[in-house]
Design a protein around this ligand. Structure first.
Ligand SMILES: [Zn+2]
Ligand SMILES: [Zn+2]
Ligand SMILES: [Zn+2]
Ligand SMILES: [Zn+2]
Ligand SMILES: [Zn+2]
Length: 352
């Protein structure tokens, strides 16, 4: 871990490296503040338990399933070995399985469309498309009785009438009958019901045609991981300084399992934000904390107030020094840029 002296020495060397005279001779020449950093993740295993009534159409063997007594909330399970692992248990409450014969008896019920008859009404005849039922036979007009038509007329396209027997008198479409027998029912006035294919019965939906049902009380336990990113402090360290620390800094890894408390210095360094991050979630039964910590120094040298020096420990060799413009300097630069823009706008207006 870097000491105050290490930091000030590194800043002094950085100033000399820039070809400037060192202005950090005594501690009063520079203001040094330490900024602890913490990052990583917390993986929590969150458990949910619930019960519901289950129904299954048809036979179902529940004997191989794990059972629980009275209430799922009291069912004992060992804690998870790996909090990142997702798992679900489906259990049957002891003695709750109810295998029944369905009210239908055999899985079949009367067809709703034909009311169990197997057939539905059908038109026995339809009008002849060729003559429309008019002058289907020049002799009898479909009645079979020659008296109906007074005068007999000859027509070359006509055929023999099947009702009265007159030659070359009948419509070729219906042979004198004026209508055609229904091809579906053959004039029987009923056709097979399309819903039951003429059987009069259909599969009972509730039991899926099996004639049996099973009901039971199911208890479900799920364990699923939730991952929370750790990045403290949330503010107060410039992005570039944090990025440099992340990419090249030396960090101390910390692994905590379940109830292991965070190191005491974490609480001093990060206070309420750490407490909030480490707070137990609803249903949390296990956790794994994988974080790393470091601290970087921020130095302001009295002779160079427009600069910020960030000094970070690196895995090997001397500390790394990052130089950033101070917030005051940044504001000055921004103001200068804005001033230039205002002047430009002013000039444009002047010329226009
Ligand atoms: Zn039917
Ligand atoms: Zn006829
Ligand atoms: Zn006809
Ligand atoms: Zn018909
Ligand atoms: Zn049934």
């Amino acid at each position: 871990m870097l000491s105050d002296d290490d930091v000030l020495r590194a800043v002094r060397e950085e100033i000399e490296r820039r070809g400037e005279t060192s202005a950090v001779a005594s501690p009063g020449d520079a203001a040094l503040t330490w900024h602890p950093l913490l990052e990583g993740e917390i993986v929590r295993c969150v458990e949910h338990r619930g019960e519901e009534r289950r129904f299954h159409a048809g036979p179902l063997d529940l004997t191989g399933r794990p059972e629980y007594e009275t209430t799922i909330g009291l069912h004992p399970l060992p804690p998870p070995r790996d909090p990142a692992r997702e798992r679900t248990w489906r259990l049957v409450r002891k003695g709750s399985a109810d295998h029944r014969t369905c009210d239908c008896g055999n899985g079949q019920v009367a067809c709703g469309r034909c009311k169990g008859a197997g057939g539905i009404p059908c038109e026995p005849y339809r009008p002849c498309g060729a003559c429309g039922g008019v002058e289907s036979c020049l002799r009898c007009d479909g009645t079979g009785s020659p008296a109906v038509v007074a005068a007999e007329r000859e027509d070359g396209d006509r055929v023999q009438c099947r009702e009265c027997g007159a030659r070359r008198a009948a419509c070729p479409g219906c042979h004198g009958r004026g209508r055609l027998r229904c091809a579906v029912c053959q004039g029987a006035e009923t056709r097979p019901c399309p819903d039951c294919a003429g059987d009069g019965t259909v599969e009972h939906r509730r039991c899926a045609g099996t004639g049996t049902t099973v009901e039971w009380q199911e208890g479900v336990i799920t364990r699923s991981p939730t991952v929370t990113a750790v990045r403290l402090p949330e503010a107060g360290v410039p992005y570039l300084a944090r990025q440099q620390a992340r990419e090249r800094g030396a960090w101390t890894p910390v692994h905590l399992a379940d109830d292991e408390p965070a190191p005491a210095h974490f609480h001093q360094e990060f206070g309420p934000d750490l407490k909030e991050l480490f707070r137990a979630h609803d249903g949390e039964i296990a956790r794994r904390v994988t974080v790393r910590s470091t601290r970087i120094a921020r130095v302001v040298v009295a002779d160079h107030p427009h600069r910020l020096y960030f000094v970070l420990p690196v895995p090997s060799g001397g500390p790394h020094v990052l130089v950033l413009p101070s917030r005051k300097r940044t504001a000055q630069l921004a103001a200068a840029a804005l001033g230039a823009l205002v002047l430009l706008v002013f000039l444009v207006h002047l010329v226009g």
